[in-house]
Design a binder for this molecule. Structure first.
Ligand code: AMP
Length: 477
């Protein structure tokens, strides 16, 4: 089957040709014809299936067929990366048409996005939170909306966006076409579809139960404390040219990236604590080959379209089989082959059994003959809880001292000299260095294990500034 059989406008076919899409993917074959006819569509499709073109192509075609006042189509999607990616795909597919589009997501200025509303772009691709921010303003009107698309609806549910989506739905015209894409169909999503869709064409409703063919998967059993060393050993293999490495938490992603950098592996972390600019730079660097490794958390990496991933390494074994299938689906996309390796500590063995049950086969266990599985490791990715709490307390105590100083400076108060040091605790003299440095906060006064300050009761050397009680609240309560 070729794209010409769908009856697309010639300018759309030119865009498809530029992208070198030769044949439609299964989800495109099933979803495009009913969507072209204006029917609602409910499709179970995961990232990598070609779902983006499955909803963009009929949307572009339908909007080209008659005039209207934008935004005429709205794509709701869970993450900024996905929004940016869909927008890029739209620009490519619609490059020879007059259909315009804009991405609306958080972490960047509202101004250009407001401009997109005011200039009535045809297709808006938005994350729910930022879209709601715009909807508080009169310029954000969807009166001319013809098509609504929900992309990765199950992920939006996981991320807690369901209430936001319902709020958005209230301001959309009831008379519209709705295209609904979700990798899985949990009950809440099923419920939402029954409210939203009118007599939909339902596609591939069986759950995706196995990763794409062409992916070689293996389990690497290893004690938890040796995961970093084993990963280094694995990376000696030069075939691992572009690797996405998944960790359980953002902190582990950061620490693993630091560790790898110290061992001269070019890598970059990507997760929810990083700014939009940092994430964009990380993706661009990974795509261009500047970084060999992208160290990612699930949420950050979901849906990112990177075609040339040679390997996925699960540094931490996912708890859910769906997450595993999604992660390893990052490789082996668009018919390429890829490898997916999972490092599994004894504590994670039960997760492997869940995954194996879901994919219906036992995964091979691999050990590296040259790796010493009995050695000790000094590398720690987890900072013990007590140590983390102590660091937070110390930071907060230093912040309090700084705030006090600022308040005093603002009130013009000149403190008496500090009886121990002879320095003032505020003002433009050396006292600032003293207090802001290591002698600030709990280091200055000390604190017990529960964080209660051991500062002497009468230890104030100057009157409290305004707001003092707030800043001086004992810690650990
Ligand atoms: P998606 O599932 O929409 O994230 O698409 C995954 C990747 O497949 C993207 O890089 C698309 O550009 C690509 N793609 C989509 N449709 C086709 C097609 N018919 N032929 C080849 N590649 C495609």
């Amino acid at each position: 089957m070729s794209f010409s059989t769908f009856g697309f406008h010639a300018d759309i076919l030119r865009g498809i040709k530029d992208l070198a899409y030769t044949r439609p993917t299964p989800v495109q074959i099933s979803a495009i014809p009913p969507a072209m006819l204006g029917r609602d569509v409910l499709a179970c499709a995961a990232t990598g299936s070609g779902k983006t073109a499955a909803f963009l192509l009929p949307t572009i075609h339908r909007l080209m067929s008659h005039p209207g006042r934008g935004p005429r189509a709205l794509v709701l999607t869970p993450t900024r990366e996905l929004a940016a990616q869909i927008h890029q795909n739209l620009q490519e597919l619609a490059t020879h048409t007059r259909i315009s589009g804009a991405a609306v997501f958080g972490g960047v200025a509202m101004g250009p996005q407001e401009h997109a509303f005011r200039t009535h772009v045809d297709i808006l691709i938005a994350t729910p939170g930022r879209l709601l921010d715009h909807l508080r303003n009169s310029y954000a009107s969807f009166a001319g909306l013809e098509i609504l698309i929900l992309d990765e609806a199950d992920r939006m549910l996981d991320m807690g966006f369901l209430p936001d989506i319902r709020r958005i739905l209230r301001v959309l015209p009831a008379h519209r076409q709705t295209l609904f894409f979700s990798a899985t169909m949990p009950p809440e999503i099923r419920h939402l579809t029954s409210e939203l869709l009118k007599n939909p064409v339902t596609l591939q409703l069986e759950r995706q139960s196995a990763p794409a063919v062409g992916i070689t998967q293996a389990i690497y059993p290893v004690p938890a404390h040796l995961k970093t060393s084993l990963l280094l050993e694995m990376l000696r293999d030069e075939e691992l040219v572009s690797v996405i490495c998944f960790t359980r938490t953002k902190h582990r992603a950061n620490r693993l990236a630091d560790f790898l950098k110290r061992h001269n592996i070019s890598c970059v972390p990507i997760h929810g604590n990083r700014s939009q600019a940092q994430r964009t730079a990380a993706l661009a660097g990974f795509k261009s080959g500047q970084f060999r490794l992208l160290v990612a958390t699930d949420i950050a990496a979901r849906g990112i379209d990177i075609s040339d991933v040679s390997h996925v390494i699960n540094f931490d074994c996912p708890h859910l089989a769906d997450d595993y299938i999604h992660r390893v689906g990052r490789t082996g996309r668009a018919s390429a082959t890829g490898d997916a390796f999972t490092l599994v500590s004894p504590e994670e063995e039960s997760n492997v059994r869940v995954i194996e049950r879901a994919i219906g086969k036992r995964l091979p266990r691999v050990t590296l003959p040259e790796f010493d599985y009995t050695r000790q490791s000094t590398e720690k990715l987890e900072v013990p809880l007590a140590q983390r709490i102590a660091a937070i307390r110390q930071r907060k105590a230093q912040e309090h001292v700084r705030r006090d100083q600022k308040a005093q400076r603002a009130s013009g108060f000149q403190p008496r000299p500090h009886p121990e040091s002879g320095f003032h605790r505020s003002g433009g003299n050396p006292s600032r260095t003293e207090v802001d440095g290591n002698r600030g906060g709990n280091q200055r006064y000390g604190s017990d294990r529960r964080g209660r300050s051991s500062r002497p009761a009468g230890g104030r050397h100057f009157p409290p500034a305004s707001g003092e009680s707030r800043h001086r609240r004992p810690m650990g309560r």
